[in-house]
Design a protein around this ligand. Sequence first.
Ligand code: SF4
Length: 81
Amino acid sequence: MKKLNVNKEACIGCGACVSIDREHFGFDENGYSEVISNDNIEGDATRNAIASCPTSAISYVEGDTNSDEHDCEHCDHHCEN
Ligand code: SF4
């Protein structure tokens, strides 16, 4: 399943994605964007938010590559979640 991912190292906290698509993006405690929902993520608002990001920080990822539900025993990534 596809999910949204925000690259926090690329995000500059401009707020464009949050203002365009409040259903899916919000601010974290540091003022950077975070994904708040992965429901219906392929609508126009979401695509516009992704296209409007000045640093291309938002992307779609396959659910099992950056998911808080995945099985970490087979994964070397250091997850934030
Ligand atoms: S549009 Fe891009 S840079 Fe701006 S807050 Fe959203 S993810 Fe961060």
